[in-house]
Design a protein around this ligand. Structure first.
Ligand SMILES: [Zn+2]
Length: 407
């Protein structure tokens, strides 16, 4: 396979998570009778541009169906993050009624609603029908399409270039990263700023976050890689900051590569730190596989012990990352009988691969398990507060990543 950015042959493995179904292909009861397609889930690193990327396989496009959609507004922590982001960007860029803000992958309008409340003109780009409809119900203008250079040119021609282009938590999920970055460059007004947020490769490797790997998550990004990708596509990274989201993300600020655009001190510092950490050398990437296997073994041993001693275990959070862990560890409903989740779109369905049923939160209150496994560990504090009642009957929370831990 060739690198999605620079076309070099990919040889350096980061991790092999075996065969897995697409992580968002939740199953209906009827689909349980049918075989599930599984695809290799492997990440390779380009030794030329240092882009870590999932391996390509034939037929992937057919499987990423539209009938399941993640609604961003379900998580309170996430809404708070969006509100703070909008406040800080309005200050930084002095946005007002004369400005225009565009968000790529606007989802259900969870973020643009805060832009709109400030009286700043804005629109979203969102290909998924169900979330686009939810955004429109909030009164937000939505262009229902996939984003890339072509769409950006069309929008620019219609006078839709923006002072702020928001591309938060989408860059890592696009297969053609060059087309996406080039599109952002086209959509920016001269002097406009784009922001990109994505889970940080250094956290992935150091914190053993192997469960954030799934097929639809194409790229695992360092600043080293993204700086190069931006430059090749008409953008320059001008600033960067660390964020606590998704177990450790970074937010990169970029502008078009006009003559005056230069990287700020924070960009230079982080690039130097990454060089120091060895991001542009193969040794940094070794050992990840065995650390993932250790976490898997510990979690499996824990579940088997509970089964043997007759203690009840439930799980919370039917997130994509949970699916990667469960499938990598070969866990099914024998060891983990259900996963509770607040999202009505997932309740009544079954997790892909493991086929564990997704149930209403009330199941925890009636079942009273002794352990509640939190699958989306990145928001464990929010979930522990939400489910604090389990302490009334002496239950405890468990997380498997980076290592097995009880709280
Ligand atoms: Zn490359």
């Amino acid at each position: 396979m060739k690198c999605r950015h620079c076309g070099s042959e990919l040889r350096l493995p980061l991790i092999d998570l075996g065969m897995a179904p697409p992580s968002n292909a939740y199953l209906t009861r009827e689909q349980l009778d049918l075989p599930e397609k599984r695809y290799p889930l492997r990440v390779l690193v380009c030794e030329s541009c240092w882009l870590a990327q999932t391996e390509d396989y034939v037929g992937a496009g057919d499987l990423f169906t539209e009938d399941y959609a993640y609604f961003s507004s379900v998580s309170q922590t996430w809404l708070e993050h969006a509100r703070n982001y909008v406040a800080s960007m309005c200050d930084r860029l002095h946005l007002g009624p004369e400005s225009l803000v565009a968000e790529i992958a606007a989802n259900d309008g969870y973020l643009l609603q805060y832009v709109q409340r400030r009286g700043i003109p804005c629109y979203g780009i969102e290909p998924t029908k169900s979330t686009a409809s939810a955004a429109r119900e909030k009164g937000i203008r939505i262009v229902e399409a996939f984003f890339g250079k072509k769409l950006a040119s069309d929008l620019a021609e219609k006078g839709q270039r923006a002072d702020l282009v928001i591309a938060n938590n989408v860059l890592a999920h696009v297969p053609d990263i060059n087309d996406f970055a080039g599109g952002v460059a086209t959509l920016l007004k001269p002097g406009g700023v784009a922001t990109f947020e994505f889970p940080y490769l250094l956290n992935l490797v150091r914190e053993n976050q192997f469960d954030t790997i799934y097929h639809e998550h194409y790229s695992y990004l360092s600043l080293t890689a993204i700086d190069r990708i931006f430059r090749a596509n008409g953008l320059v990274a001008i600033d960067v900051e660390h964020l606590p989201t998704h177990g450790g993300s970074i937010r990169v600020f970029a502008q078009g590569n006009e003559a005056a655009t230069v990287p700020g001190a924070a960009v230079k510092t982080m690039l130097a730190e990454e060089r120091q950490a060895g991001v542009n050398g193969s040794a940094f990437y070794s050992g990840f596989q065995s650390r993932a296997e250790t976490a898997k073994r510990e979690f499996l041993a824990f579940l088997r012990e509970q089964k043997k001693t007759g203690r009840k275990v439930g799980a919370y959070g039917a997130a994509a990352k949970g699916n990667t862990l469960l499938n990598f560890a070969g866990i099914d409903s024998e060891l983990l009988p259900y996963v509770a989740d607040r999202s009505p779109a997932k309740q009544g369905k079954y997790l892909p691969g493991s086929r564990i049923p997704v149930v209403d939160e009330n199941r925890l209150w009636s079942d009273k398990p002794e352990w509640v496994v939190i699958l989306p560990w990145n928001i464990h504090s929010e979930i522990e507060a939400q489910l604090a009642r389990i302490r009334d009957w002496g239950a405890k929370f468990v997380r498997a990543i980076p290592r097995l831990q009880v709280s």
